[in-house]
Write a protein that binds this ligand. Sequence first.
Ligand SMILES: [Zn+2]
Length: 172
Amino acid sequence: MDTLGLDLSDDSLRGTPLRVAKMYVDEVFSGLNPKNRPEAKLFDNKYGYTEMLVEKDIRVHSFCEHHFVPIIGKAHVAYINSGKVVGLSKLNRIVEHFARRPQVQERMTVQIANELKQALETEDVAVIIDAKHLCVSLRGIEDVTSTTLTSSYNGAFKNVERKEEFLKYVYG
Ligand SMILES: [Zn+2]
């Protein structure tokens, strides 16, 4: 703010450094704090459900670690249970935990997949992230239409039919 010549004695700007610091630590980068890692309690699959479960259109609010501007998009995740199931909102919370830190989309995708594998005790996990990078749309090339798609297919999702089934649920 000093470099930009902003008047830090102005009462509108005076609190901005502390506000930004608090926003980073308590909100948008709260996923850096290991204490905030969501605990995924598993339940026995008493229903005999053996197909894939897909949770789609999970909100992704992250920040590009190169420019500290938002990455906004959706995550679609799927798993096939290994005898244990998880509360659905835990899938959202796992996505959120890894989104809420300075990120690179590729890394975020792999981190979410690895966490799901560990939390759900199965290799059969798929993750797609489809997101808009504001560092691409509001600066640099200023492309406002492009989105970035990344994926991680593991275990049974390496099978083409499984993968296609997942993609059909997500994209129709
Ligand atoms: Zn960037």
